[in-house]
Design a protein around this ligand. Structure first.
Ligand code: WTA
Length: 677
C-alpha cells in the first residue's frame, strides 16, 4: 500500500503533516529514582525469549498456585496466559498490602464541589468496604463466580470498591461509562446477560448535581424489552443517608446500598481462587458495525500486564501519588486508575468532576493539595486546559516527575506546552498508544531509558513487537511509509475474545493477516490493531489514526455506524453519513450528513431532531457539530456512500477527482452549502 492509499482510508490525518521532532531526554533526577533504567530489559523481552519473558510480570503478583504453562496456544487466537495458575485480583490490589501498608492511602476521592472534604481511603478501609460490599453482593444480590454484573456509575470511590468486590467473588464486571445514556447501558446489560445493575443516585458535574437514577430505570425497561430481566438494582447514595434522585426507589427491585450494607458490617469474604484464564471483566467498545464489542479480559494475564506496565512505564512507586484523569468507565481507568496502581500499592486519585471546574486552576490545585507526583491524561484534556489557562500551572506549587498522554495522537505543539507548562520542564512524558482490546500499553518510550519525541508514541514497550503490513500482507520495513500496524506476538494483557462472539473476534482482529486459520502457532496470528501508523528511522512509531470506521472524539471511540443508525431513528431521515472533522480541543468531532425521505423539506427543526436522536442514543459525546441536510449523498456507482468526499468537504480539504461517482454534481451543492456557513 502506498502512503497515498493509506491517507485516503485513514480518518485522523493530523499526524501525517507533522515533522520529525528533536528528542527530549529524561533528567538525571528522574533516572536516579526510576524503577527501570537498565536497557537489558529489551534483551530479556526480545522475541527469542517469548513467552517466558512475561514471567517477570506474573511474579509481581501473589499467586495461590503457580501456572502450569506460561502460554497455551492450543485454541489460537484465544490465548491462555499463565494457564492453571490461581489468583485473585482483589487480593492482589488490597489484602497483600495490609501487612506493611494498611494505613497508607489507597484512594483519594476528590469531590467536584471544592468545599467538600477529600475522602482519603486507606488500604485497610478499602479492605473493609470491599469485603462488606462483597458480602452484600453474594448474600443479597445472589451473585456468584462467573456471573456478569453491569455497573453504571460516576467517578466515585464506590466505583472501584464495587469492581474489587466483584473481583473478590469472581463476578465479571462490565462497567458502562457513567455519561452514557440508558440505551447504551441496556445494550450492554442484554449482551452480557446481567440480572444485576449497580448505580448511584447522583453526581456532580460542571457545578450541577446530576440525577443519575432515571438512567437505571430506563435501562432496566429497555433491557426487559430486549428480553433481559434485571431483578436487582443496587443504588449507592452520593451522600449516604440522603437520597438525591427525583425518581422513587422501586420496591422489591431497588436496594439502597449504604443502608443494606449495615447488615454486613464486619463480614470478611475469602477471595475466590480464580484461574488465571477466568475473565475478570468485560469492557465494551465501538467497532465497525453497530453492536459494541464486549472485550473479555482475563484475571491473571491482564493483572500481570497492567501491574508490569504500571511499574515500568508509569514508574509507579509506593511513595507516589498518582492521578489519572481518565474516567474509570474507560479501559484507561480500569488499567491505570484501579488495577495497575492498586496492585503496586500506590495512592490513586479519583476526581469526580470536570478538570476546569470551577476555574482553569482546579486541576493544578488538586495536584498541589495532594502533592501528586504522576499525572496521566489525554490530549483532549491537555488542549482544553491549555486553552482556558495556558499560564495557570505556574501559579501552583506542585511538581510532577512523570506525565502520560493517551487516547489519540498529540500534536507536537500541545506536547511541548504539556512538557514546559504542566510539567514545568521537570517531568518526563510517555505517549502511550494502546486500546480497549489490548488491556495495557503497546507503544511508549520506557521513561528511565529512552528519549521522548513529541508526536511519536515510541517503540513497542518491552515484549511488544509491532510490525507494519501493507494491504497485501507484505511487511513494510522502510521508515516513513504508512501501513496497518499489527503486533507480531500475543501478550498477557490482550483480551481473550469478544464476549459470546468468537467468530467476530477472529474476523475483526486476525483474519486479515492470518496465513493459516488452523494454526496453533502464535507466529501465525498477528494482531490487527485497526490503526494506521508509520515507523521512523529510530523505530519510533507514529500513530496516524483508525483504518476502520471509528471516529475518535476527545479520545473516545465512536463507531460511525452507531451514530448513523442513531440518526436514522428520526422518521424523516433516509440516509445518514458521519465523518470526523478537526476540532481544536476534541481532536475530531462528528459532522453528520443526512438526506431526507421524499416528502420532507429540510428545516432547522429536523436538524435539531436528528441531533437530539444521536444524543439520546449514544450520549452527548457524540453530538454532531452540525447536521447537514443534503439533497443526496455522494455515491459510487455501486451505491456506496463516499464518506471520504464528505470528510474532505467538512475539513475544507481537496475532494479530489469525483467524476467517477454516480452523482458528481451533488458534491458541488454540498460544498457550497458547507462553505457558506
Ligand atoms: C487511539 C484507549 C495515537 C488509536 C487506550 C487506538 C492513540 C484507539 C493513542 C483506542 C496514542 C490511543 N496515540 N492514537 N497515544 N492511544 N489511540 O480503545 O486509534 O478507547 O486504536 O483505548 O485510540 O481507543 P480505546
Amino acid at each position: 500500500m502506498s502512503q497515498r492509499d493509506v491517507t485516503e482510508t485513514t480518518e485522523s490525518q493530523i499526524a501525517v503533516h507533522w515533522q520529525e521532532e528533536d528528542y527530549y531526554y529524561p533528567s538525571p533526577k528522574f533516572i536516579g529514582q526510576a524503577n527501570l533504567t537498565d536497557p537489558a530489559v529489551f534483551d530479556r523481552f526480545k522475541l527469542d525469549n517469548f513467552p517466558d519473558c512475561y514471567v517477570e510480570y506474573a511474579e509481581m503478583l501473589s499467586w495461590y498456585k503457580y501456572w502450569d504453562e506460561v502460554l497455551d496456544t492450543s485454541d489460537a487466537p484465544c490465548f491462555k496466559w499463565f494457564k492453571g495458575g490461581k489468583l485473585n485480583a482483589s487480593y492482589n490490589c488490597i489484602d497483600r498490602h495490609l501487612a506493611e501498608n494498611k494505613n497508607k492511602t489507597a484512594i483519594h476521592f476528590v469531590p467536584e464541589p471544592e468545599e467538600e472534604r477529600i475522602d482519603h481511603i486507606t488500604y485497610h478501609e478499602l479492605y473493609v468496604r470491599v469485603n462488606e460490599f462483597a458480602a452484600l453482593l453474594r448474600n443479597k444480590a445472589k451473585l456468584k463466580r462467573g456471573d456478569r454484573v453491569t455497573i453504571h456509575m460516576p467517578m466515585s470511590a464506590e466505583l472501584p470498591i464495587t469492581m474489587l468486590a466483584c473481583a473478590r467473588l469472581g463476578v465479571i464486571h462490565s462497567v458502562v461509562f457513567g455519561g452514557f445514556p440508558a440505551s447504551a447501558c441496556a445494550d450492554r446489560i442484554v449482551d452480557s446477560q446481567s440480572r444485576v445493575l449497580i448505580t448511584m443516585d447522583a453526581y456532580h458535574r460542571s457545578g450541577k448535581l446530576l440525577d443519575h437514577k432515571p438512567h437505571a430505570d430506563e435501562a432496566v425497561k429497555l433491557s426487559e424489552e430486549q428480553g433481559q430481566t434485571v431483578d436487582t438494582v443496587l443504588v449507592w447514595q452520593r451522600y449516604p443517608g440522603k437520597y438525591s434522585s427525583d425518581k422513587p426507589m422501586k420496591d422489591g427491585r431497588d436496594i439502597t446500598v449504604n443502608e443494606e450494607i449495615a447488615k454486613y458490617y464486619g463480614e470478611r469474604i475469602e477471595p475466590e481462587r480464580m484461574l488465571a484464564e477466568e475473565p475478570l471483566f468485560l469492557m465494551y467498545t465501538s467497532g465497525t458495525t453497530g453492536k459494541p464489542k464486549g472485550c473479555q479480559h482475563s484475571t491473571g494475564g491482564y493483572l500481570a500486564y497492567v501491574t508490569g506496565t504500571s511499574k515500568y512505564i508509569q514508574d509507579i512507586q509506593p511513595k507516589d501519588v498518582y492521578w489519572c484523569m481518565a474516567d474509570i468507565g474507560w479501559i484507561t481507568g480500569h488499567s491505570y486508575i484501579v488495577y495497575g496502581p492498586l496492585s503496586l500499592c500506590a495512592s490513586s486519585v479519583i476526581y469526580e468532576g470536570v478538570p476546569t471546574f470551577p476555574d482553569a486552576g482546579r486541576s493544578w490545585r488538586i495536584a498541589q493539595n495532594l502533592d501528586v507526583s504522576i499525572f496521566h491524561t489525554a490530549p483532549t484534556a491537555i488542549r482544553a486546559l491549555r486553552k482556558v489557562g495556558p499560564d495557570e500551572p505556574a501559579k501552583y506549587n506542585y511538581h510532577f516527575k512523570h506525565m502520560t498522554t493517551v487516547g489519540e495522537p498529540i500534536e507536537p505543539e500541545v506536547w511541548k506546552w504539556y512538557e514546559s507548562a504542566v510539567g514545568k520542564g521537570e517531568a518526563i512524558i510517555v505517549d502511550t498508544w494502546w486500546q480497549t482490546e489490548t488491556g495495557g500499553f503497546l507503544c511508549s518510550t520506557v521513561p528511565g531509558i529512552s528519549p521522548m519525541k513529541p508526536g511519536s508514541a515510541g517503540p513497542g514497550v518491552p515484549g511488544i513487537h509491532p510490525v507494519i503490513f501493507d494491504d497485501e500482507g507484505n511487511e513494510i520495513k522502510e521508515a516513513g511509509i504508512a501501513g496497518n500496524i499489527c503486533i507480531r506476538n500475543p501478550w498477557p494483557g490482550m483480551f481473550q475474545t469478544i464476549w459470546g462472539d468468537r467468530d467476530r473476534f477472529v474476523k475483526t482482529y486476525f483474519e486479515r493477516y492470518c496465513k493459516d486459520p488452523k494454526s496453533t502457532d502464535w507466529r501465525d496470528w498477528p494482531y490487527l490493531t485497526g490503526d494506521a501508523a508509520m515507523k521512523a528511522e529510530d523505530e519510533y512509531y507514529r500513530i496516524l489514526g483508525r483504518i476502520d470506521d471509528v471516529i475518535n472524539v476527545s479520545g473516545h471511540r465512536l463507531g460511525t455506524k452507531e451514530i448513523e443508525s442513531a440518526a436514522l431513528v428520526a422518521d424523516e431521515v433516509a440516509e445518514a453519513a458521519v465523518v470526523p472533522v478537526a476540532h481544536d480541543i476534541k481532536g475530531t468531532e462528528p459532522d453528520l450528513y443526512v438526506s431526507l425521505k421524499p416528502g420532507f423539506e429540510p428545516s432547522e427543526d429536523i436538524a435539531q431532531k436528528v441531533s437530539q436522536a444521536v444524543i439520546d442514543q449514544i450520549g452527548k459525546i457524540a453530538k454532531p457539530r452540525r447536521v447537514w441536510l443534503v439533497p443526496d449523498m455522494p455515491k459510487t456507482r455501486s451505491g456506496k456512500i463516499m464518506r471520504r468526499v464528505l470528510g474532505a468537504i467538512s475539513n475544507k480539504g481537496d475532494v479530489g477527482n469525483v467524476m467517477t461517482l454516480a452523482n458528481p454534481e451533488v458534491v458541488d451543492t454540498i460544498k457550497t452549502m458547507v462553505e457558506k456557513e
